[in-house]
Design a binder for this molecule. Structure first.
Ligand code: THU
Length: 162
């Protein structure tokens, strides 16, 4: 029953075996990069990978700070690296994974609201949606064909006259 409800809400709800090879690779890279996460306060490591059109992969992980509100999310760190070094190559997809030191995550972690707005801006900049692939260390995979499914009513740039 729960699965049925999730299927109606999410665009795709897959098991590992049903994943595209490129999605598996992107998730595996994200898992591998978890060791660059700096999360001594939350003990919650998040990793994000971006697949670009030329098949290169960019990584980013969360970086926390003793001033807790200064911590940076994995998604925004990956996108900042992308914007600095690779912005001329469009982003095809984004994978997000997470690991908690003392709790097994049995469902994917989806990006926080702030990251959703940031991802939407990058979609706008490139004029194409970014496919989202979400999975914890194991368990179900949620796929969205763009951030709109996760952020149906974004703040719009035309509202500030841009
Ligand atoms: N975090 C991310 O990196 N991405 C998200 O989308 C949600 C939360 C990080 C921030 C903080 O370091 C830790 O997860 C716990 O909130």
């Amino acid at each position: 029953m729960a699965e049925k409800i999730i299927k109606t809400v999410y665009e795709e709800f897959l098991t590992d075996d049903e994943l595209l090879h490129e999605d598996k690779v992107l998730l595996a890279k994200a898992r591998k990069a978890l060791n660059t996460s700096y999360a001594p306060y939350s003990h919650f490591q998040v990793s994000c990978t971006l697949l670009l059109e030329d098949n290169s992969i960019i990584e980013g992980t969360n970086q926390e700070n003793a001033v807790l509100s200064l911590g940076l999310c994995a998604e925004q760190n990956a996108l900042s690296t992308y914007a600095s070094y690779h912005r001329e190559i469009p982003i095809v997809s984004m994978a997000i994974t997470a690991h908690h030191n003392s709790k097994i995550l049995d469902a994917p972690v989806s990006p926080c609201g702030a990251c959703r707005e940031v991802i939407r801006e990058f979609e706008d900049r490139q004029g194409n949606p970014i496919r989202m692939i979400l999975q914890a260390m194991t368990g179900p995979v949620w796929i969205f064909n763009g951030i709109e499914s996760l952020l149906p009513f974004p703040f719009k740039r035309d509202q500030i006259g841009a």
